[in-house]
Design a protein around this ligand. Structure first.
Ligand code: SF4
Ligand code: SF4
Length: 135
């Protein structure tokens, strides 16, 4: 993939905001790949954890926001436990998800969920899903 860089991207307020909300220093990541290797859902992510960190380092926030990665992360912290630099991709993705929800980008519309599913799904899963996907 060809990446075009500009100072405005690399020093963008959006990326600084992700760092502030997550408490993570993106520059610490040195791309070892341990997070992606251990992530149970990286196979389904359009941008796996290691690349999330790299693209944010390069200021490519919009591309990461447009991908499904932050919605698929299950918050298992496997990435954090495996990172030799103490980075938490989980915290980064959680910060991005919270930001998107605050902007009103709900991932699901509660009213659109089929009643048979709501009746069958475990209550804990429903509550967790609403916390994660609805503002
Ligand atoms: S917390 Fe998210 S990104 Fe980290 S390993 Fe688990 S699913 Fe993957
Ligand atoms: S494990 Fe840590 S240092 Fe390695 S790629 Fe992932 S975030 Fe970066």
């Amino acid at each position: 993939m060809k990446i075009t860089l500009s100072n405005a991207d690399v020093q963008s307020k959006g990326v600084a905001r992700v760092e502030r909300l997550s408490g993570e220093d993106l520059k610490k990541c040195y791309q070892c790949g341990n997070c992606s290797a251990g992530c149970p859902v990286s196979y389904a992510m359009e941008i796996p954890p290691t690349r999330v960190m790299r693209m944010l380092q390069l200021g490519k926030l919009d591309e990461v926001k447009a991908a499904n990665s932050m919605w698929l992360c299950v918050g298992c912290l496997q990435c954090y436990s495996r990172c030799p630099k103490g980075c938490s991709v989980a915290a980064v993705l959680e910060a991005m998800r919270q930001d998107a929800l605050r902007e009103g980008a709900d991932r699901v519309e509660v009213k659109d969920l089929p009643m048979p599913l709501l009746k069958k799904a475990p209550q804990q899963a429903i509550v967790c899903g609403f916390r994660k996907f609805v503002s």
